[in-house]
Design a protein around this ligand. Sequence first.
Ligand code: SUG
Length: 446
Amino acid sequence: MQTTREFNFDGLVGPSHNYAGLSFGNVASFNNVKSASNPKLAALQGLAKMRALAARGFAQGLLPPQARPNFRLLRSLGFQGTDAQVIAQAYKESPVILACCYSASPMWTANAATVSPGADTADGRTHFTTANLNSKLHRAFEHTQTTRTLRAIFHNEQHFAVHDALPGTPAFGDEGAANHTRLCAEHGSAGVELFVYGRVEFDTNAPAPKRFPARQTLEASQAVARLHGLKAEQCVFVSQNPDVIDQGVFHNDVIAVGNGNVLFYHQQAFLDENAAISSIRQAMAGVGAELEAIRVDTNLVSVDDAVKSYLFNSQLLTKANGKMALVVPQECQETPAVAKYLQGLLASGASIDELIHFDLRQSMRNGGGPACLRLRVALNDAQAQAVHQGVLMTEELYARLVTWVEKHYRDHLSPDDLADPQLAVEVQTALAELETILGLPGLYEF
Ligand code: SUG
């Protein structure tokens, strides 16, 4: 008998992690613009999460960082000469473009791709569609390396299909799994795939946010469902509430999270809550699953506190005893209304019976919590065997990566440091060594 487990592939934070305020609509990114970062600490915080969850018996892997700066992009924008000259010219003429080319944003692997496990797809393979992330310059060029990385790790075409990103145009704005939730009775059985979008390109009457951009379109979500060969009755497309996008909820995973048959969500998450929940309930009944909806009322936790604490950017993990643990950032303990709410939740008899806190402050300051940092892939035993094993977290890999981070990463990176040509050399040296550690030679096209 095959068992199916959910693997979480966390983004390994890259050596150029910095705060450049590149994500308009993401409150944390904007608030921390131009402050100094600590890439070493950021990577160690992420690794500590991976290690702790692996030690608890959860299936854990990682996705490697990307080569930075992106010289190909810099040169395509007219910066010329040697690498050092390209950096110097970009820094002088457009420091923000240089920052975009240096961003470590691929660390938020929830935005790497949308994933549908074989139990849902027409051909029984696990399907990935790399996200085009086309609403932000610094993220719009991630997809080339992301596709390459996913094809290196999920290389077995008998089990996996990795689709190229959708066309990079506003009609198909796609942010990957951050706006996608799979609900099911158990990971190995057929599930319902919930796609939450912020905007409809071809319906000018559809509600849309007024202040901040909506990054995901309905058209993109529908294309992903088609590419993955999902059955219509197993898909639910729901509009995000544009008012909460305007309050800083730039992805649905900032206001809702689901796992198994549980959907944990804020009262204001969806444009039409009743219609959304009843469609989800109905679709789930079709696959023999019963929805457990845990709704957080605005009078208990405001949208503002949800955004500040990242309560919903949590990982909801099924434990061996069938109950679930909620993996939350430290900020949840420090936000009084949220801390109080969570105490009540644990006492309520709901499926969530444990909290696991992590200090992820380096990532959180750019708007990336525990859920942003991971890509979920449900795999049966045969599929799990077909994954490139070098990226699966073990005590040994953890120890090697800590040593690697200690050796190569800076503990202080200010905006001006991006002008230092030595930084580019350091990043390249680190990543060349990482290819060997992970057993992925040729992963990067330097
Ligand atoms: O796309 N921040 C990321 C955070 C992504 C969070 N992911 C999920 N919610 N799944 C973003 O806005 C900030 C980069 C900067 O400002 O330097 C940034 O890209």
